[in-house]
Design a protein. Structure first.
Length: 551
């Protein structure tokens, strides 16, 4: 490594990426959020991660590597345990003789390198990579290595994803196994669906349901009773739907699960939503924003008052985006209050409350009470009715910043939805500061994706006149590491509409959403479809995926 080591703050100042005032702000943010300085400046939007890596690489004489396009050796993964890799955001790449090469986003953390060298007995070489790519690679490679070992031990055919659980297996063990495997796979939901002669168990992974197990019909009722006991439900009641929640902890897995039962002719169907608290603490820059949109969103969320809406269908990541936004704004200087239904993740130092209709706490009653709690920022889980929207507008007009969600297909149709609900056009145009529409798209498995030559048919489907120079179209294949899906992980695609005076005038006139969208695009808005196309052109997702999600 080159010459004398300098502190990161000094390097950033010398490079001109930040000034003294911004450095002091970043140091304060670092202390309040318990982060390293590099992550703090990136989280605050002061420095792009690519620029940070370049500064560190130039100073330390380290090369940068895009590990998403690199096949990692299984032998190297065996040297570093997954929990160590996650804790310090590193991933081993390859092992040659007595030298282990690892990718890191924080090369200044010498203690971690020394500890790894001491425990492994190997010489450590460093390359730089983004924290986001390292986390994605940890999810892919450690998960796939575990799955491969389990599959080889069981002698299963790797093409088979549905297995039968025998009747003589203890129900408690079965439930624990299902939960543990679902979390390790990164599933968001578990579905237990009774049929005439058995029950199928499906996991929702990367937004798509896949069947993994079937169980004998005689085992269905005991399994559901076990889940009901865990979730504090009435096990004697099977004729009406029930809801519950419980905590699951086993080995390195700690999650909350939200359960729902629903009666069917073949028995009770159970769905368990997996709530991983770590997902509530994700940084904004890791959600998939294109750099210009992220910069605009960071600027907009610091406005003094108004309404900021995040829109999209169920399961599009709206709550995660809002939580990441609140974590960015969270400090001792602001009072942040939320009303949610339900609270999905616990946020430190943020005052969260949950809708309780039986106790008389609805979105509207909570909003009225919040106004007497001296809030600076208010999060309303969802704009469900006219009264809630009117109260949110009143809060915005009296100097508060209000975040909320709405179920619309894109940003421009949010205006027409609010007007159709009977909200005064002038109030809408004067209080809505920004609308962020989003979707989640699956990312191609880097281990098995295959490159294809783009043809004229695909050009017409994507509505592209000419292929850019960086075009790299890939299709999914499927392998043991991605469980034959061809995809591993998801990322967000975003459309940010910040209304200017021209758009506000159109809202007051009550024009169609198409006309508002055309005006916004003319003024520089990057549409959902455009954002998704970029992932296709860079070879990170498939054309089929964006057609599935954005059309």
């Amino acid at each position: 490594m080159a010459g004398e080591k300098k502190q990161l703050g000094q390097l950033l100042l010398e490079s001109g990426l930040i000034n003294e005032i911004q450095l002091n702000e970043a140091l304060t943010y670092q202390r309040e959020h318990g982060l390293v300085l590099g992550r703090a400046v990136v989280s605050m939007g002061l420095v792009a991660e690519s620029d940070l890596l370049k500064v560190l690489g130039d100073h330390l004489g380290l090369a940068s590597l895009d590990i998403s396009k690199y096949s990692i050796q299984d032998e190297a993964l065996m040297v570093v345990k997954e929990d160590f890799a996650r804790k310090y955001s590193i991933i081993p790449l390859f092992l040659i003789e007595n030298t282990l090469t690892i990718a890191t986003a924080d090369p200044l953390n010498i203690e971690v390198i020394d500890e790894l060298s001491r425990t492994s007995g190997l010489e450590i070489m460093l390359v730089l990579s983004s924290e986001l790519e390292i986390e994605r690679s940890i999810d892919l490679y450690y998960r796939s290595t575990t799955s491969l070992a389990q599959t080889q031990a069981a002698g299963d055919d790797v093409r088979i994803v549905s297995r039968e659980i025998q009747q003589d297996v203890e129900i408690v063990q079965v439930v624990d196994m299902l939960l543990f495997e679902a979390v390790n796979m990164g599933a968001s939901d578990i579905h237990i669906e009774p049929r005439k002669h058995d029950a199928r168990i499906r996991y929702r992974v990367d937004g798509v349901l896949q069947q993994y197990y079937s169980i004998p019909h005689d085992s269905v009722s005991p399994m559901i009773s076990r889940i009901k006991i865990l979730a504090d439900m009435d096990i004697a009641e099977s004729r009406r739907p029930q809801d519950g929640r419980f905590h699951f902890a086993q080995k390195n897995v700690k999650v909350d699960l939200r359960c729902s039962t629903f009666p069917t002719p073949n028995g009770e169907k159970v769905v368990m939503r997996i709530l991983d608290e770590a997902k509530g603490k994700i940084d904004l820059y890791k959600l998939g924003f294109e750099a210009p949109i992220l910069k605009q969103w960071r600027k907009t969320i610091t406005t003094a008052n108004g309404i900021l809406l995040v829109t999209g269908p169920t399961g599009s990541g709206k709550t995660t985006t809002l939580y990441a936004t609140l974590n960015t704004l969270n400090s001792v200087a602001v009072n942040i209050m939320t009303i949610e239904d339900p609270i999905e993740y616990s946020l430190e130092n943020i005052n969260q409350s949950q809708v309780n209709v039986k106790a008389g706490l609805s979105f509207t009653t909570a909003l009225r009470t919040m106004m007497r709690q001296d809030p600076d920022i208010i999060l309303v889980g969802e704009m469900r009715d006219v009264e809630t929207i009117e109260l949110a507008i009143r809060a915005a007009l009296t100097g508060h910043l209000v975040f909320s969600t709405l179920h619309t297909n894109d940003a421009s149709s949010t205006f027409t939805r609010l007007l159709d609900m009977g909200i005064d056009p002038y109030l809408v145009s004067s209080t809505v500061r920004a609308i962020l529409a989003q979707r989640l798209i699956r990312l191609l498995c880097p281990r098995c994706k295959t490159r294809v030559e783009p043809g004229e048919d695909l050009k017409r489907v994507l509505k592209i006149d000419e292929w850019p120079d960086y075009t790299s179209i890939h299709d999914p294949v499927g392998c043991i590491h991605c469980r034959n899906s061809g995809y591993v992980g998801r990322t967000g695609v975003f459309e940010l509409l910040i209304p200017n005076q021209e758009i506000r005038d159109l809202v007051i006139k009550g024009v169609s959403s198409d006309e508002i969208e055309a005006t916004a695009v003319k003024n520089g808005m990057y549409s959902l479809n455009q954002a998704a196309k970029e992932y296709v052109l860079r070879g990170e997702t498939s054309p089929e995926e964006i057609l599935r999600v954005t059309l």
